[in-house]
Structure formats: structure tokens, C-alpha cells
Design a protein around this ligand. Structure first.
Ligand code: SF4
Ligand code: SF4
Length: 197
């Protein structure tokens, strides 16, 4: 079957098209209209959507994944037991942990470890939340409701253990609602060194 060829005629160029002046005037009218609207309107009018950041901020949705924090125990020490589950699950490999043993006098000695070093490179992080999912102790969370403050220094995005522990959740708490039973807790006699594993 022979192909049907449809010939399109090129639209003619008018003098106005050729001069570009009407198109420029139309563009300027739009730009100036927006300019005056932005200058003399307020956010209450609903005309302006731009925030005067950082003085003004918008609350993020409840499930927003913000800056990480390390949750604390009641005594202020990290809940983290340095199991490395989060750093293993992290696809961006931006969590660095060095584990240490508690003192021999501490009931946690030989039972669990703690992070001597815990650093997250927030610039490399892709905010997938896998670290939070992987943690068996609810020790790492992204419920701060805040994003990283801007900076021109790369070092400012390296969040160390002290910084991560100093960040509260949205509710202002450094703890977490999930209960934690310490070794030897009589209200929850689970496994410990005496009972074995
Ligand atoms: S949110 Fe994802 S990329 Fe960021 S530290 Fe956690 S696991 Fe790694
Ligand atoms: S934050 Fe959680 S997953 Fe990561 S090392 Fe500590 S206890 Fe393990």
C-alpha cells in the first residue's frame, strides 16, 4: 500500500512575529505583573508561596526523614550497641562506627558494646531510612523534623556521636517511646550474662 504523505504548510510569519516586539511586551507584562504582585501582596492573600527562609519555615510532614539522631537511655548514654546493622544496611556507606567494650564494672560489659565513634556523612546520605529500619534497638531515628542547615564546609555535614545524641525528636525528647530493659532489670528478666543466651 502506498504511503500517504501529508504536506503541512509552514505558517506565515507576520510583521509582528518578525519584529519580536509584541512577544517581548507580552513577556514583560507577565513578569512585571508578578513582580508587583509579589511586592505588594502578603502571604495571607495566598498570592505568595515563597518563604522568607530561614526566618520562616514550613513544618515537614510527620513521616519526613530528617537529620538523624541517636536516641538515649534514661541515664543519657546511647541506646546504640554498636552492632553495625545500620552501617551494613546503608547503601551509601556513609555511616562509620567503631565499637568499644564497657568497663568490667559495668553490668553491660560482655553483654553489649557501645559506639566509641559514630559518624554519619549527611552529604553522602540518600535518606532512604534503611539504617532506621535495620536497627534492632531503636537507637537511630530520622524523626528530628529538620533538614541539614546549609553550609559551605563539607566538614559541617559530618555528624559525630555527640552531635547525633544532642538532637531531639519532634516531641523534644532525646529518648524513644519504645521500652528498653537493661541487663539485670527484674521487671523484664530476659537473657543476660548469668542466664546465658
Ligand atoms: S538514610 Fe540510608 S543512606 Fe542515609 S545513613 Fe541511613 S541507610 Fe545510609
Ligand atoms: S544504631 Fe542501631 S543498628 Fe546502628 S550500630 Fe547502633 S544499635 Fe546497631
Amino acid at each position: 500500500m502506498a504511503a500517504t504523505v501529508k504536506v503541512l504548510t509552514k505558517p506565515p510569519r507576520t510583521l509582528a512575529d518578525q519584529a519580536y516586539v509584541p512577544a517581548i511586551a507580552s513577556g514583560l507584562r507577565l513578569t512585571m505583573g508578578r513582580f508587583f504582585k509579589n511586592t505588594f501582596s502578603s502571604r495571607e492573600d495566598g498570592e505568595i508561596v515563597t518563604l522568607m527562609y530561614p526566618e520562616e519555615t514550613e513544618a515537614y510532614p510527620e513521616r519526613f526523614r530528617g537529620i538523624h539522631r541517636l536516641t538515649q537511655r534514661a541515664d543519657g548514654s546511647p541506646r546504640c550497641v554498636a552492632c553495625l546493622c545500620c552501617s551494613t544496611a546503608c547503601p551509601a556507606q556513609c555511616i562509620h562506627i567503631e565499637a568499644g567494650e564497657y568497663d568490667e564494672s559495668d553490668p553491660r560489659h560482655g553483654y553489649e558494646r557501645y559506639p566509641v565513634t559514630f559518624v554519619i556523612d549527611e552529604l553522602r546520605c540518600i535518606f532512604c531510612g534503611y539504617c532506621v529500619e535495620a536497627c534492632p534497638c531503636d537507637a537511630i531515628r530520622m524523626d528530628t523534623g529538620a533538614h541539614m542547615p546549609p553550609s559551605t564546609s563539607r566538614d559541617h555535614f559530618l555528624y559525630d556521636k555527640e552531635t547525633l545524641l544532642s538532637l531531639p525528636g519532634r516531641d523534644g525528647s532525646y529518648l524513644t517511646a519504645n521500652p528498653r530493659h537493661e541487663p539485670g532489670d527484674p521487671s523484664h528478666p530476659g537473657v543476660d550474662r548469668e542466664r546465658g543466651h
